[in-house]
Design a protein around this ligand. Sequence first.
Ligand SMILES: Nc1nc2c(ncn2[C@H]2C[C@H](O)[C@@H](COP(=O)(O)OP(=O)(O)OP(=O)(O)O)O2)c(=O)[nH]1
Ligand SMILES: Nc1ncnc2c1ncn2[C@@H]1O[C@H](COP(=O)(O)OP(=O)(O)O)[C@@H](O)[C@H]1O
Length: 426
Amino acid sequence: MASRSLSRLAQWCSRVFMVEINQKTEPIYFSLSSKPSAHNTELGALFGNGKLFSVYALCDDRIQSARSHAQLKNTLAENLPPGCELLDSAAFLPDIKSSLIKGFFLQDNSALSSAERAVTQLQEKGPVGLCVFTYTREENGQYLCSAVAEEPAERERKYYVIPAPAPQRHPSALNIRNSDVFYQMEDAYKVLQECCDIIPESKAVLELVTEQQLQSNNSHDKRFPVVVIEGLDATGKTTLTCSLQKALGAVLLKSPPHCLARFRQHFDAEPPLIRRAFYALGNYITAAQIARESSHAPVIVDRYWHSTAAYAIATAVSGREENLPAVGSEIYEWPSDLLRPSLVLLLSVSPEERLRRLTHRGLDKTEEESQLEINHLFRHKVDEAYKKIQNPACIVVDASPSPEHVLQQVLYLIRSKYNLQTQDHQ
Ligand SMILES: Nc1nc2c(ncn2[C@H]2C[C@H](O)[C@@H](COP(=O)(O)OP(=O)(O)OP(=O)(O)O)O2)c(=O)[nH]1
Ligand SMILES: Nc1ncnc2c1ncn2[C@@H]1O[C@H](COP(=O)(O)OP(=O)(O)O)[C@@H](O)[C@H]1O
């Protein structure tokens, strides 16, 4: 254990730390150094009553690490001692992909040092890395921040905490590739293969993927148009896709596909690495179905890769909407091995209208949709991420008019692009 934490802490010494006190203020950046720095005052906001506990999951296996990190967050949040704040922390190498190490800071604002007891209990329960940061005022008026690892092998090492400059690009996007968004089927497939021992449902999902790939019709002869309808929950996708199916005599598909419906609730409860691999594989199953069906009829799809990427990116990129990588970033690139649709329409309605439709519909919402309602910022980031995806990009459609009006508007869009006849004229 000590050797792992030693390597972990040694890794941290070369990294910059980021702590976001809340979603609205600028993050605080600092690093560890062998020499103290004179300008520590801005770090003071971080240190509560002078002590800050850095807690992180100690696992080398990525599946176990993702699950331990999630469990650690739940445990800390459920047993948060009075007067303590739980803050997300990240340690990273500026602009180096996959260099992000996620953890938590437990800030103790009480005079009872109750955080210390909480983290000690945590360590008794399982593999948890701990580093204690102290913030003391020296005789010369200087504030001294230092960090000492709790692992015995590291205890005698003392590091000074010094402010660090904000990086060019927000670090939360560094680990997105193959942790939150997958760009090759085999990468998502590998994640679920590594889960088979601990999540039995993974095996059944992988079998369905293999089965569908075997039946897939990869011939590139002429296809009928494939139109994807995207949008936040309750923008009217289900209503519109059903009407389009009738009007065009089209085949209606959705992602995740029906064959995965029975697994969905389970994977929705898993951490992002596993959950997003599940949704990514759902898109590949849907793609195989599109390949078969579009050889004999137009195909309408209710959600596809844009949903997978937009929700994953908006979840992974913390803080403000401006932290989303700019258009053109590789994280918005369509997977080279995933069937591309002919047209992607993004239904857009005002937040008020969407909420009216959500309550009117009365169905229970997924955890993520509940998030959307609570978190206006998250909803905005999902919407922005949808619009940054290119090749194909979404065409935004105002879905606030009546269902019939929206249908006619979309039929006009499709017909003008594909001179597709509607069912009643055939
Ligand atoms: N379909 C899909 N949903 C995703 C993905 N990633 C996150 N989600 C979230 C978005 C929503 O919270 C929820 C949407 O799931 P569904 O489409 O099955 O829900 P529902 O049909 O009730 O919503 P909808 O009518 O499609 O807006 O799942 C993804 O890759 N694909
Ligand atoms: N254009 C529209 N105008 C008014 N209400 C609509 C419209 N489209 C859908 N609705 C209603 O809004 C609710 C959500 O629609 P739904 O098609 O389920 O959205 P989604 O599939 O995007 O979640 C449903 O009650 C539906 O009847």
